[in-house]
Design a protein around this ligand. Structure first.
Ligand SMILES: [Zn+2]
Length: 321
C-alpha cells in the first residue's frame, strides 16, 4: 500500500481507539497518551527497532505526557493498561522471550510489575512500523491524536500547543525526585499500592543515579571518589533499609558506598549513629584500615539529602551484628 493510503488508514484507526468510559471522567486517555509518547520517542531516535520495551525511559516519557494532558485526580496513571489493551486495536502485539503472547494467557494486568512478569514489550504491525519511519506521517498522527482526544476537552490545551517531551525524561524525573525529597517527610516503608505505581518503577531505576550524584560519587566511609571520564565510578548506591523490606527509593534511604563498604554495610559490620559517626561491630577483627570507629561519614554537600535518622536506626537495630 502507498504511504499516503496507509497514513489515511491509520489516521482513522488512531482516532477511533477503543477506550473505557467512566461516567465521571469520560473516555480513558491512556491509549492516546501512550501513542503520543511513542511518537516522541520515535522522533528522538529512541525506537530503532520494532520492539517497544517496558523501560524506565518509556514510562518516564509516558508520565510526562500524562501530567501535561490528563486532569489531576481523574484517571489512574498506569502505563500497564494501554500497553496491555492496545492489543484490541489489531496492530499491537505483546512479546515475551522473543515470541508473541496471546492476550488470553496474559489476562488482566493492573500494574507495571504485573505487566513485566508477563511480557517484555510489544511490537507494531509491520505496515504501521513502516509508516512510523516517516517523519511527516508521525507529525500528522500526533496532530490528530491531540485534536481528537485532548483539544476540545480543555481550553487550556488548544490543538496547536503540543507538549514537548524534555530531552531526557529520565533526567527530568530524577530532578523531580530530588526536589520532592526536600520537602516530603521521610517514611521508612512505602505502601504496596505506591510501590506498584508507574512513578515508583521509574524512580527505582533512578535511585543509583540520584544517590551517586548527591554524594558526588564519593564513598561515605572511605571517601574514594574514583570515576572515569565516561561517568563510571567505584561507588554503588546502597539502600539503608533494603529495598526488599521498604520499597523505599527516597534518596534519604541511600548511601553512596564503594564496593567493599557496601558489602560490609549490608552485612552489618558497621553502621552509622544519628550524628553520622561510624560504629564498628564488636564482632569484627582486623578492622583498620577498613573502618576507623567514631570517625564522621562523608555526607552529601546538600545536607537535606543526608541519610534519614529513622533509616539509620533501622539498620542499627536490624543489621548491625
Ligand atoms: Zn569505601
Amino acid at each position: 500500500m502507498q504511504l499516503e493510503a496507509l497514513l489515511g488508514l491509520y489516521l482513522v484507526k488512531w482516532t477511533s481507539l477503543h477506550r473505557n468510559v467512566n461516567l465521571s471522567y469520560g473516555a480513558a486517555p491512556h491509549k492516546p497518551v501512550l501513542l503520543l509518547t511513542l511518537l516522541d520517542l520515535f522522533d528522538k531516535g529512541s525506537l530503532q527497532k520494532n520492539f517497544i520495551a517496558v523501560s524506565p525511559e518509556l514510562v518516564a516519557a509516558f508520565r510526562f505526557y500524562w501530567q501535561a494532558l490528563v486532569p489531576a485526580n481523574t484517571w489512574q496513571e498506569r502505563i500497564a493498561y494501554p500497553f496491555r489493551h492496545l492489543t484490541h486495536e489489531g496492530w499491537w502485539e505483546l512479546i515475551k522471550d522473543g515470541a508473541p503472547v496471546s492476550t488470553k494467557s496474559i489476562g488482566d494486568v493492573t500494574s507495571i510489575g504485573q505487566l513485566l512478569r508477563k511480557v517484555d514489550g510489544a511490537r507494531f504491525a509491520d505496515d504501521l512500523w513502516m509508516l512510523l519511519q516517516d517523519k511527516v506521517a508521525r507529525a500528522a498522527l500526533r496532530q490528530r491524536l491531540i485534536e481528537r482526544y485532548f483539544a476540545e476537552q480543555d481550553a487550556r490545551h488548544p490543538a496547536l500547543v503540543l507538549p514537548t517531551l524534555p530531552a531526557d525524561p529520565l533526567a527530568a524525573e530524577a530532578e523531580r525526585l530530588v526536589t520532592e525529597a526536600q520537602t516530603r517527610r521521610f517514611r521508612l516503608v512505602t505502601t504496596k499500592t505506591e510501590s506498584e505505581s508507574d512513578v515508583a518503577f521509574v524512580r527505582h531505576s533512578l535511585f543509583p543515579r540520584v544517590v551517586k550524584a548527591l554524594y558526588e560519587d564519593t564513598c561515605a566511609v572511605c571517601r574514594l571518589a574514583v570515576r572515569t571520564e565516561r561517568g563510571r565510578t567505584l561507588v554503588d548506591a546502597a539502600h539503608i533499609v533494603p529495598f526488599s523490606e521498604s520499597q523505599n527509593d527516597d534518596p534519604r534511604n541511600g548511601l553512596a558506598l564503594c564496593k567493599n563498604h557496601h558489602w560490609g554495610f549490608d552485612q552489618g559490620w558497621f553502621g552509622l549513629r544519628d550524628d553520622y559517626s561510624i560504629i564498628v561491630s564488636p564482632a569484627l577483627r582486623n578492622v583498620t584500615p577498613f573502618l576507623i570507629a567514631d570517625t564522621a561519614a562523608y555526607l552529601p554537600p546538600l545536607t537535606q539529602y543526608a541519610p534519614a535518622k529513622e533509616a539509620l536506626a533501622w539498620h542499627r537495630a536490624n543489621r548491625l551484628i
